[in-house]
Write a protein that binds this ligand. Structure first.
Ligand code: CMC
Length: 431
């Protein structure tokens, strides 16, 4: 945060107050209102945090008007094109791209933490087979604090590091186990000679009765999906992780809170909802009907995979994924995939419609990811778990940054209270 010597003045009930301002390295200036209540006796009101910076961060920057997403300054399209997921994880966690030796050491640390405690198998087996994998994952991540007692002390830097590596390493194993459990197949142990994405695909799709060869092009596409979802600044689930950890809660409890928040259809659950919507539309001739519904104020239907709180031009992740969808479907020989045709036509119609133009609604990351994941063989219920897997590094990086911040304070929003004021208790007989 740079002090730019700028001051904002605010007049409340005839009194004028001076508020310090800061200039970030990118993005709009920020007014510091921390002392406002003490000085002026008023709160600010911002449900949905549309104008509130809740933290000081150096990890990810989004310019919504330009459609730009930077991790530690590097544009997402360059990272998705030239890097791979674990390299991006290193960048997010430690601030710089790794050297060859640093990357080798990091990959070795991650791959040597991929197994989960054997006792956890029993925990999985307590769930119903028809449970949504997100329900299982939320529970299992929360339960990690009961299995890994030696990485719970958030005041110990080494334990924080071990917890971070454990989360990144074990998440693919846990997500694959949740998948195997819900389809009634045996769990598959991780293989440390495989790269991160190939290992995940193998844990999901191999069975003990036959050999499974990971297709390198599909592994690359999987890795790119992980990379594109790795972090996204102060979104709802990341803010949830930060709020949970502001109380000093252990890292596994905080990530479980993030997973739970991600599940909602306005956030990570949108990829499942989007594919279900494309299926419901079914054929291109039904698109006008759904566009009309999305525009109808009396109909709660929204075009899933469209719109974003921050992006008002284009979602750069969607641009990369659209290209990836074409490549993957061609590789699998399903380029005439009906859902892809519906998606492309829907995008074309919406982008030319005055309603969507005026409200600056564009396809977001969830619009094309589901088509790729379905073509790879994942059921829709696995889309949000794969998002959670990918975002784990973002949650962990933001969590680590927050714990190390000397300004750390428990998160405690205020409220605009419109309830009853103090009144006397009435006995039940006289109510
Ligand atoms: N379809 C139709 N209308 C929409 C849509 C949509 N997908 N999104 C926003 N609008 C309209 C909305 O009705 C509102 O209209 P009005 O001003 O007339 O009331 C206007 O656009 C602004 O919408 P908002 O809900 O105030 O905007 P927001 O910033 O609070 O919401 C959003 C952002 C992503 C929740 C929303 O666009 C949405 O619900 N999209 C569909 C769900 C989705 O794809 N979510 C994934 C987001 S990206 C990945 C992630 O974050 O996990």
């Amino acid at each position: 945060m740079t002090d730019n010597n700028k001051i904002a003045t605010l007049t409340v009930n005839g009194e004028t107050y001076e508020l310090p301002m800061y200039s970030p390295t990118a993005g709009p200036d920020v007014i510091d209102i921390r002392k406002l209540y003490a000085q002026a006796g008023v709160f600010t009101y911002d449900p949905g945090f549309t104008s509130t910076a809740a933290c000081d961060s150096t990890i990810t920057f989004i310019d919504g008007d330009k459609g730009e997403l930077l991790h530690r300054g590097y544009p997402i399209d360059q990272l998705a094109g030239k890097s791979h997921y674990l390299e991006v994880c290193y960048l997010l966690l430690y601030g710089e791209l790794p050297t060859v030796d640093e990357l080798e050491d990091f990959e070795s640390r991650v791959t040597h933490h991929t197994m989960v405690h054997e006792q956890m198998m029993n925990f999985f087996r307590g769930f119903r087979r028809d449970a949504h994998p997100m329900a299982i994952i939320t529970g299992v991540i929360g339960a990690m604090s009961a299995f890994y007692h030696d990485s719970l002390d958030i005041n110990d830097e080494w334990q924080r590091e071990v917890a971070s590596i454990r989360m990144i390493a074990k998440m693919p194993t846990i997500v694959a186990m949740a998948f195997k459990y819900t389809v009634g197949q045996p769990f598959v142990y991780p293989r440390n000679d495989l790269d991160y994405a190939s290992n995940f695909l193998r844990m999901c799709f191999s069975v003990p009765c036959e050999e499974y060869e990971v297709n390198p092009i599909l592994a690359r596409a999987m890795d790119r999906i992980f990379t594109l979802h790795a972090d996204h600044e102060q979104n709802a689930s990341t803010s949830t992780v930060r709020l949970a950890s502001s109380s000093g809660a252990n890292p596994f409890a905080c990530i479980a809170a993030g997973v739970a928040c991600l599940w909602g259809p306005a956030h990570g659950g949108a990829n499942q909802a989007c594919l279900e919507m494309l299926r419901e539309i079914g054929t291109v001739d039904r698109i006008p009907e759904f566009i009309a519904r999305a525009k109808d104020r009396d109909d709660p239907f929204r075009l899933m995979g469209f719109g974003h709180r921050v992006y008002k031009n284009t979602d750069p992740r969607a641009t990369v994924l659209k290209q990836s969808a074409d490549e993957v479907l061609e590789l699998l020989g399903v380029e005439d995939n009906e859902l892809l045709q519906v998606a492309k036509e829907l995008e074309k119609v919406a982008l030319n419609d005055p309603y969507f133009i005026e409200k600056k609604l564009f396809p977001n990351v969830d619009f094309y990811s589901g088509i790729i994941l379905e073509a790879m063989g994942f059921p829709t219920s696995m889309f949000t778990p794969i998002f959670a897997l990918s975002r784990t590094v973002g949650w962990i990086s933001q969590w680590k940054e927050m714990i190390a911040d000397p300004q750390l304070k428990i998160g405690r929003p205020r409220q605009l209270y419109h309830g009853e004021t103090n009144r006397n208790y009435t006995d039940i007989e006289t109510r």
